[in-house]
Design a protein around this ligand. Structure first.
Ligand code: KE4
Length: 442
C-alpha cells in the first residue's frame, strides 16, 4: 500500500550561496536528518535563519564552526549548569571513559548518583535512571496509573513533558473535555486519556476533578514552568494541587527535568516546600550526558520491575559515563554555588529590566533563580494563553541582533535562558550591553 510518500529527496529550502560552515553543514544535514536537526527547536524555525553548528564550549561560551564566539544562554537546555567543559567534570569523565563506555550491568557510579539524589530530595526514597526526560515522564505516569488503577492524567496548557504520546495533547474544545492529539501519529485514544488545565488556575483543575474525579490517576506539572518561557507558580497554586490530589486520591507528579537541582539543592519542591508523590529529573543530573530519572517513596518505586510488576527498562540506563558526569556536576552544586546562581540571575534580571525601561520597549522579564525569560509585547505571563500572546516576531528580530553581536539565546520565545556557574559579572554585563544594542535595532 503506498503511503503516497514522495520518493524524491525533499528538504527545507536549500541554503543558497552558503558562505559559512554552518550554512554548508545545515545544507548537508537536511539531506540525512529530518529538518537538519535532531530536535526541532534547534532548527531556528521559530526565529528564522540558519542554526549555528557548535563545535566547542568552554565556561559560559560556545564556539561555532566559523570560529565565532557566543555568550551562551541555551546551556544545553539546562544541563550545562556548571559551565561547558568544567575541568572537574571533564577530568572525572576522562578517567571513566578509559574503563570502557557501557557494560549493561550494574556499576558503582549508579549507586553514587542515586544516593546523592535521594539525600537531596526528601520526597524520594528511590530513583530509577533512564536516558531522557521523556522516558522519566512516561515511566512516572505508568507508575501513577498502576498505583491508582486509574487512566486519566491532567497536564497544563503550555507545559512540556517530552514527546510521549500521552503528553503530546492539547486542550479539548471545552475546558473539561478530553484532549486532542498535538501531533499526527498520536491516537485519539491516547489523547483522550489526557486532560488539560490552565497553569496557575486551580479552578480549572477543580473543574476536571468534578467531571472525572474517580478516573484521574495524576496531575503532572512543571513546578516552575519553563516551556512557555519561565512562569512561576502564583502563591497557593502548588499547595492547591497538592490538596486537590490528596482529596481525590490522585498522585501529584512534579516534572523537575528542568528545575531539578537547578533551583535549589533539592530542586523546586524544596524551594516551595511541597512534597510531590513522584518527581522526574533530567538535564543537570547528566551534566550534559543523556540521563533522565524518576523517583518517589519506596511504596511507589517498589512497584517498578524487578521489584514490582510495572515494567520499565533501558540498555543504557545508569550508563557509567553519564552517571560519572552527573555525579561530578552535583558535587559542584553546593550551597555557595546556589547563592552564586541566584546573585548572577538577579544581576542579569536587573540589567534586562533597566535595558527595557531605557529603550521604552513593551516587554517583561520573569525569573526564578538561574532561569529566566524576556517576553516581548506583554507585561506579565501567568499561563500558556498569556505566553502565546507575547510578540514572537519581535523576539525573532531580537534573537538575531543578539546572535550577530555574540550572544546565543535559546532560539524560541517560549524557552528559558539558562545561567551557569561560569556566567560571571563581566559576562552578564556584556550580555546586557548586547541587549541594549539589540533593543535599539529591533
Ligand atoms: P528530554 O526527553 O528532552 O530529555 O526531556 C523532555 C522534557 C521533560 N520535561 C521538561 C520540563 C522539559 O523541559 C523537557 C525538555 N526540555 C526541552 C527544552 N525546553 C528540551 C529541548 C529540546 O526539546 O530540544
Amino acid at each position: 500500500m503506498s503511503l503516497g510518500l514522495s520518493r524524491k529527496r525533499t528538504s527545507a529550502p536549500r541554503v543558497k550561496n552558503s558562505t559559512s560552515n554552518s550554512d554548508r553543514l545545515f545544507d548537508e544535514a537536511q539531506d540525512c536528518i529530518p529538518g537538519g536537526v535532531n530536535s526541532p527547536v534547534r532548527s531556528f524555525r521559530s526565529v528564522g535563519g540558519t542554526p549555528r553548528f557548535i563545535e566547542r564550549g568552554f565556561g559560559a561560551h560556545l564556539f561555532d564552526v566559523d570560529c565565532r564566539r557566543y555568550i551562551d544562554f541555551v546551556g544545553g537546555w539546562g544541563a550545562a549548569i556548571v559551565g561547558h567543559a568544567n575541568p572537574q567534570v571533564i577530568e572525572r569523565v576522562k578517567s571513566a571513559v578509559g574503563q570502557s563506555l557501557s557494560f549493561g550491568t550494574p556499576c558503582p557510579q549508579e549507586v553514587v548518583l542515586a544516593t546523592e539524589m535521594v539525600r537531596r530530595v526528601p520526597s524520594i526514597d528511590k530513583v530509577r535512571m533512564v536516558n531522557s526526560g521523556t522516558e522519566a515522564v512516561m515511566s512516572a505516569i505508568r507508575i501513577a496509573r498502576a498505583a491508582t488503577r486509574r487512566d486519566l492524567i491532567i497536564k497544563f496548557a503550555g507545559g512540556y513533558h517530552g514527546h510521549a504520546d500521552s503528553m503530546l495533547v492539547s486542550a479539548g474544545s471545552g475546558a473539561a473535555t478530553f484532549g486532542h492529539p498535538d501531533s499526527p501519529g498520536v491516537t485519539r485514544a491516547a489523547a483522550h486519556q489526557t486532560l488539560t488545565a490552565t497553569y496557575n488556575d486551580l479552578e480549572s483543575v477543580a473543574a476536571l476533578f468534578r467531571m472525572h474525579a474517580d478516573d484521574i490517576a495524576a496531575i503532572i506539572v512543571e513546578p516552575v514552568a519553563g516551556n512557555m518561557g519561565v512562569v512561576p507558580p502564583v502563591p497557593g497554586f502548588l499547595d492547591g494541587l497538592r490538596t486537590l490530589t490528596r482529596v481525590h486520591g490522585a498522585l501529584l507528579i512534579f516534572d523537575e527535568v528542568m528545575t531539578g537541582f537547578r533551583l535549589s539543592a533539592g530542586g523546586a519542591q524544596s524551594l516551595f516546600d511541597i512534597d510531590p508523590d513522584l518527581t522526574t529529573f533530567g538535564k543537570v543530573i547528566g551534566g550534559g550526558m543523556p540521563v533522565g530519572a524518576y523517583g518517589g517513596p519506596s511504596e511507589l518505586m517498589d512497584l517498578v520491575a524487578p521489584a514490582g510488576p510495572v515494567y520499565q527498562a533501558g540498555t543504557l540506563s545508569g550508563n557509567p559515563i553519564a552517571m560519572t558526569a552527573g555525579a561530578a556536576t552535583l558535587e559542584l552544586l553546593n550551597a555557595s554555588a546556589y547563592r552564586q546562581l541566584e546573585q548572577i540571575g538577579a544581576h542579569l534580571e536587573d540589567g534586562l529590566v533597566r535595558a527595557i525601561r531605557d529603550a521604552g520597549v513593551s516587554a517583561c522579564v520573569q525569573r526564578v533563580g538561574s532561569m529566566l525569560t524576556l517576553y516581548f509585547g506583554i507585561s506579565a505571563v501567568k499561563d500558556g494563553q498569556d505566553a502565546n500572546a507575547a510578540n514572537s516576531a519581535q523576539f525573532g528580530r531580537f534573537f538575531h541582533e543578539m546572535l550577530e553581536v555574540g550572544v546565543h539565546l535559546p532560539p524560541s520565545h517560549h524557552e528559558a535562558w539558562f545561567i551557569s556557574l561560569a556566567h560571571d559579572y563581566p559576562v552578564v554585563d556584556a550580555a546586557v550591553a548586547a541587549v541594549q544594542h539589540a533593543l535599539k535595532a529591533i
